[in-house]
Design a protein around this ligand. Structure first.
Ligand code: MG
Length: 130
C-alpha cells in the first residue's frame, strides 16, 4: 500500500494536483463509481457469468481502477494511512456482520430478503444512527 501511496503522491505533485479540494476528489470517486455501475445497467448476472465475459471484465478493471485511484488520492491528500483505515473498517465490519450469521444467508438466491440477518443488522444500525 505504501508503494502505491507514494506513486499516487508523486503523480499528484508532478501535475500540481496535490492541493485539490477533498470535495472534488469525493465527486470524482462517485462519478467513477457511477461509470462502474453503468456497466451493470440492465444486467444482473451472477459472479461466474460476469467473470466469463472477458470484455466486460476489461471495462470493469478500468472503472474500478479509476475508483481506487481517486480513493487513494483522497487518502494521500488527507495524509491518512490507507492500510490502517481499511484494516480498522474491516475489523468493524467483521464484528458488525458476524460470519456465522452472514454465511447462512450467503447461499445462492438468499440473503437479499428482509428476513436475512444482513437486512436486520442494517435496519438496526439505521435506527440507531437517527
Ligand atoms: Mg472512468
Amino acid at each position: 500500500m505504501k508503494t502505491l501511496e507514494k506513486r499516487i503522491k508523486k503523480y499528484l505533485v508532478e501535475r500540481g494536483w496535490h492541493h485539490l479540494r477533498p470535495a472534488d476528489i469525493a465527486k470524482s470517486i462517485m462519478i467513477e463509481g457511477a461509470e462502474l455501475l453503468e456497466l451493470f445497467q440492465w444486467d444482473n448476472k451472477e459472479l461466474a457469468e460476469v467473470k466469463k465475459d472477458k470484455v466486460k471484465v476489461e471495462h470493469i478493471k478500468k472503472e474500478l481502477a479509476d475508483v481506487l485511484i481517486y480513493s487513494l488520492e483522497m487518502s494521500v491528500l488527507l495524509g491518512l494511512d490507507t492500510q490502517k483505515i481499511i484494516s480498522e473498517k474491516l475489523t468493524h465490519a467483521a464484528k458488525k456482520y458476524p460470519a456465522h450469521l452472514m454465511r447462512k444467508n450467503a447461499k445462492k438466491g438468499a440473503g437479499s430478503g428482509e428476513d436475512s440477518a444482513y437486512w436486520r443488522i442494517k435496519a438496526e444500525h439505521r435506527r440507531n444512527a437517527t
